[in-house]
Design a protein around this ligand. Structure first.
Ligand SMILES: [Zn+2]
Length: 343
């Protein structure tokens, strides 16, 4: 079968579009004929380094995806051949302390598609039935694929971790990236107020068109000062962050007393000053988050089924154009998800 896979670590020259063996479907697994996937920053990380993530080369890239059930156990109760499905990329063990508490997202031996094992940039993927969900009809293939990482991550950050309420205000850093745009959509769905930042006026205009209440250009303005002005000197209830060191100080200064900062990334560095005095005097909370549980994915799929959320697709590429798609993601020029359409 055709797939996009890495044969080493480095730039795009280690990425090959070519033949890989068909995955073997084991009992309990579903063989999915892939229709679309979208790229995530971790795809660039796996291509360039993969350090700290146990994996074997060659490895097929891609975390999220949507497709059609090709083959499934005859006694599988929920899925049938020919059914459109969307994939949850985290394969948890089901038996560790955390899995037993229903927190598969904390599983001590979790394996992610495209990180610890072959991923979704392929004509076929085989994975446990528990990770395969009916595709929301309101979304096309690429849109459905897009919710599996970014929207799921943003959902857990906002609703499970930060416990966002409709009357609150959220500051979202770096709008334009997939997870930040997902956050904007979810914040507005929840009825809360969204302030977004970017260094690109065009992206800010597009975010305003998508419902952002205020836009701050971080290249031209002091973000914390502007946020305080926009909130009557109060600060925001929640900061949604995945930029890291470059914005950490602004993020901490933008929070109201007792406010919550939730982060899922550190693109610009992972060792900012902690600002401990501000943390304890103003009684702030700093929370980390990664992806989401199967139950959170199910909840997200319900709102997608009702048409409340439609991911923004930046550009669509074919499998053969994977190099150009990776370049597009790496450029940072995208607004929304870079999608790969497979069939
Ligand atoms: Zn586990």
């Amino acid at each position: 079968m055709k797939a996009v896979f890495i044969t080493g670590h480095g730039g795009n020259e280690v990425v090959t579009v070519g033949e890989r063996p068909m995955p073997e479907r084991r009992r309990g697994d579903v063989l999915v004929r892939m229709k679309a996937a979208t790229l995530n920053r971790v795809d660039l990380y796996m291509r360039d380094s993969g350090a700290g993530i146990t994996h074997q080369l060659p490895q097929t890239m891609g975390l999220d995806g949507a497709g059609i059930v090709e083959e499934v156990d005859a006694d599988e109760p929920l899925l049938t051949p020919g059914q459109p499905v969307v994939l949850h990329p985290g394969l948890s063990c089901g038996r560790c302390e955390f899995c037993l508490r229903g927190q598969g997202v904390l599983c001590t031996s979790v394996r992610y598609l495209g990180e610890h094992r072959d991923g979704t940039l392929a004509e076929f993927v085989s994975l446990p039935a528990s990770n395969v969900f009916p595709k929301p009809k309101a979304l096309d293939w690429a849109e459905a694929a897009a919710i599996g990482v970014n929207h799921l991550t943003a959902w857990r950050m906002l609703f499970t971790r930060a416990q966002l309420q409709p009357w609150e205000t959220v500051l979202i850093f770096g709008v334009g990236g997939g997870v930040s745009l997902a956050a904007l959509q979810l914040v507005k769905m929840a009825g809360a107020t969204a302030i977004v930042t970017s260094r690109d006026d065009d992206k800010l205009q597009r975010a305003l068109a998508l419902g952002a209440d205020h836009a701050v250009n971080g290249a031209q303005e002091d973000i914390a000062r502007r946020v305080l002005a926009l909130t009557g000197g109060r600060g925001v209830d929640v900061v949604f962050e995945n930029v890291g060191a470059a914005v950490w100080s602004s993020a901490m200064k933008s929070l109201v007393r007792g406010g919550r900062l939730v982060t899922c990334g550190a693109t610009t560095g992972d060792q900012p000053g902690a600002d401990l005095r501000r943390l304890f005097i103003r009684q702030l909370q700093v929370m980390g988050s990664t992806l989401g549980n199967l139950s959170e994915f199910r909840d997200l799929l319900q709102v997608c089924e009702r048409g409340l959320i439609r991911p923004v697709i930046d550009r669509r590429y074919g499998l053969d154009d994977a190099h150009a798609a990776l370049d597009r993601l790496e450029s940072g020029a995208q607004f929304g998800k870079v999608a790969i359409e497979i069939a």
